[in-house]
Design a protein around this ligand. Sequence first.
Ligand code: BJW
Ligand code: ZN
Length: 295
Amino acid sequence: RPIVPPADLESFQAHLNRSTRILALLGAGLSASSGLPTFRGAGGLWRTHDAVQLATPSAFSRDPGLVWQFYSYRRHMALQAKPNPAHYALAELAKRKEGFMTLSQNVDGLSPRAGHPASTLKLLHGSLFDVKCSDFFCSYSETANYTDPIVPALQIPTDESDPTTTSALQARELDISDSNVLLPELAIRDLPRCPNCKKGLLRPGVVWFGEMLPTAVLNDIDRWITESNTIDLIIVIGTSARVYPAAGYVDLARSKGARVAVVNVDRDDEPASGMYQGDWFFEGDAAQIVPEILK
Ligand code: BJW
Ligand code: ZN
């Protein structure tokens, strides 16, 4: 059953249809209904740790084992998850509409798996499936590393006391995001090591706080924006719009003439909702709303 008010839907789609330069800014809420937790609010805790606090270079240098356990778990969950109807609707729009570009803060790989063309999908915060050397002087990096777990020591332990379990395949994985579940001991030598310099630890190819976004991505976006210097529409989906420079694209688009449509489950999540007054606010689950409004 559709949940978008018909009048809003009509005015939005009229604007969408006459728009030729369109951006979508994606955040964790897009993948929430695929079962992947968001960063802020409910689900933002991993064991006793604030997910945002683990996404920093200092967390990695302090406790690389803990940070790898967090990311290895996220890689595993993302591989189990399936793209939802919103990922597919965006991929379809990207194929159908020239002049459409998606800026995604998500690292879960669900947009690529939904068939979103890579040429119009800019991954602002990298990918869980990119891996690179953490040594400043080594430039080793890999893309599309789907090995799960990336090293044997990061295998998620299973509940061996479960009497219904007869083989390793059937064994029930423990939920290591729950702090009541004991984490296996990890030695530094068991963590993924750089095959190039053989010295540095590998790290996830995501963008942590205080780190630059990938230069090539920023340049591609700049080039797209300066191509015509006008933007007709930006669709902001499932993000709290608190993290910069990503959130800054909303104001930038508006300064180039764009109208702003926000899809968010929480009308009260400032600034996700507050700063976009006057345009469209579609309240609800992105997985339901996005396919409705992009139809
Ligand atoms: C639903 C839903 C459903 C739920 N349907 N909706 C300007 C001002 C102030 C500070 C800065 C600034 N410029 C830069 C900074 C510093 C910093 C920053 O922004 N800090 C702020 C927090 C204040 N930025 C940086 O450090 C960035 N780098 C940088 O600026 O480099 C230049 C530089 C370098 C050195 C010195 C100086 C400058 C890098 C930022 C990297 C962010 N990385 C992370 C981790 C990625 C890896 C990982 O995944 O682990 O990216 S943090 C985390 O937040 C992740 C996300 O992509 C990002 C955004 O989160 P998102 O997606 O919005 O998720 P939530 O949870 O916040 O929101 C979910 C939303 O969905 C909510 O609104 C829900 O209501 C909604 N929702 N279910 C629809 N079903
Ligand atoms: Zn290296």
